[in-house]
Unconditional design. Structure first.
Length: 271
């Protein structure tokens, strides 16, 4: 009986120690989290007083924005077409680049770390640099206009697409892939003929989502001179033409909403 009581006491002490250790880790995690946010607030220069002081100015600008100025609707429509073209051709360029890189980055297709690790690093580079930054660089290289925006969107999209496609390929059902490998076919042929048909709906859905995202992203590329509605938006803000800015924002909202609905409909058909 005494031995049983001693064992229970030992277990109780051990459980209490684990509970105390868990509480200590929880408190430390909360402290680290709070310290991290305190540093972020400091460097972000959060100042509610400045926001409160600026609200009347925003109200004045909002009042000046009504009614929206569509006097140059033809020009705005052309800029909207540029935005749509930048996103569409840029996404297509990203698809072409990603189609090859994703196979190198997928571990089940390219198991050698000598090949798939550099591919992963390249994807991190392309994804880590925003399309806005790429467009700024290409404006310096090829000049002002939508072409710089296409190149910026294409490179950034390639990184995002290839990353998501590689993960989709890695999580595919391994049975058909392994059976095709046992037949003696090369990994590339197996990926194209055995794996691709299985993951094609998910791959196409991801491409449509990236295209939808690029429509929204392309609306601001004009700020760096890459064409599209962003260029008109910047000009309107610089000239304090808030009625024109409001008209541009309405056009962006209509275009993005229409593209979102179309993309969602197409994705539903693919699944």
């Amino acid at each position: 009986m005494r031995e049983a009581g001693g064992e229970r006491a030992t277990h109780f002490k051990g459980g209490a120690g684990l509970l105390a250790g868990g509480r200590l880790r929880f408190v430390l995690a909360i402290a680290v989290f709070a310290a991290f946010y305190a540093v972020c607030f400091h460097y972000a220069q959060i100042d509610p007083g400045r926001l409160w002081a600026g609200l009347p100015r925003l109200g004045t600008w909002a009042a000046r924005a009504w009614p929206p100025d569509f006097s140059e609707f033809g020009t705005l429509l052309q800029r909207a077409a540029e935005t749509l073209a930048i996103a569409t051709i840029g996404t297509t360029l990203g698809v072409l680049i990603a189609a090859t890189i994703c196979l190198l980055a997928a571990r089940n297709v390219t198991p050698s770390p000598v090949l798939h690790l550099p591919a992963r690093w390249l994807l991190n580079l392309l994804r880590g640099i925003d399309a806005f930054v790429f467009a700024l660089i290409f404006v310096a290289a090829v000049g002002l206009g939508p072409f710089a925006g296409v190149l910026g969107v294409g490179l950034h999209s390639a990184g995002s697409l290839a990353k998501l496609w590689a993960e989709t390929i890695e999580t595919a059902e391994p049975g058909p892939f392994e059976a095709a490998l046992m037949s003696g076919a090369s990994r590339f042929k197996v990926a194209v003929y055995a794996l691709a048909p299985d993951v094609l709906p998910q791959v196409a859905s991801i491409a449509l989502y990236i295209w939808e995202f690029n429509i929204r992203a392309s609306t601001v590329l004009g700020i760096v001179g890459a064409g599209g509605l962003g260029q008109e938006l910047k000009n309107g803000v610089d000239l304090l033409s808030f009625d024109r800015v409001f008209a541009i924002l309405l056009m962006i909202l209509v275009m993005v909403t229409a593209v979102d609905q179309l993309s969602a409909w197409l994705r539903r058909r693919l699944v």
